[in-house]
Design a protein. Structure first.
Length: 188
């Protein structure tokens, strides 16, 4: 049985190449994954949003500069792609996921969360002042996100199951989404 093709609001989890900033992010994500026993090639998350008039798929992603649009073609064809396309969603939920992600366009990258995830995994969190590295409040609008926390927030706001549930959204990792999708955790 072939996997379902993703549609608007679905999460894409994959490995992506990038410049020097992406390499820094990848280092911390993969260090954290390795140190916690969850190594994976996939180090990036995006939300599929729409097709344009030329039939190109687009997604919204958190990246080292800020949340923005990117053509999804290379992600959809990537050999490492894992999705939650089989997770049940109504059209209204899909629209709301995309709406939440769209509202986050331009939101800066959460470098503090990336460093916190890495130092927590290395058990050297005392080297990094975690006084400000707290999760978002229940109705708080984040001022910084990483790719995986952006997707988790959109799902949380929609009321759909996500790796962070209703807690821990700011520190949701790409490997959390990977386990969620592979394990079909929305069925639990």
């Amino acid at each position: 049985m072939a996997a379902a093709f993703p549609g608007p609001g679905d999460v894409l989890v994959m490995a992506v190449p990038g410049g020097w900033l992406k390499k820094i992010v990848r280092f911390f994500i993969q260090l954290q994954a390795w140190l916690t026993g969850t190594p994976a090639r996939q180090d990036h998350v995006a939300i599929l949003t729409h097709q344009d008039q030329a039939m190109n798929w687009w997604c919204i992603e958190g990246k080292p500069s800020s949340v923005g649009y990117v053509r999804a073609d290379k992600y959809l064809r990537h050999e490492s792609l894992v999705t939650n396309a089989e997770q049940p969603k109504t059209d209204e939920q899909r629209d709301l996921i995309v709406k939440v992600a769209t509202e986050l366009l331009g939101t800066p990258y959460d470098w503090e969360a990336i460093l916190t995830l890495g130092t927590r995994a290395a058990r050297v969190s005392r080297l990094w002042d975690l006084a400000e590295a707290k999760d978002w409040g229940e109705n708080e609008i984040p001022v910084h996100v990483i790719c995986s926390s952006m997707a988790d927030l959109a799902y949380e706001k929609t009321g759909l199951a996500s790796p962070g549930g209703t807690q821990g959204t700011r520190f949701t990792r790409p490997t959390d989404w990977l386990a969620f999708c592979r394990g079909r955790e929305w069925t639990r």
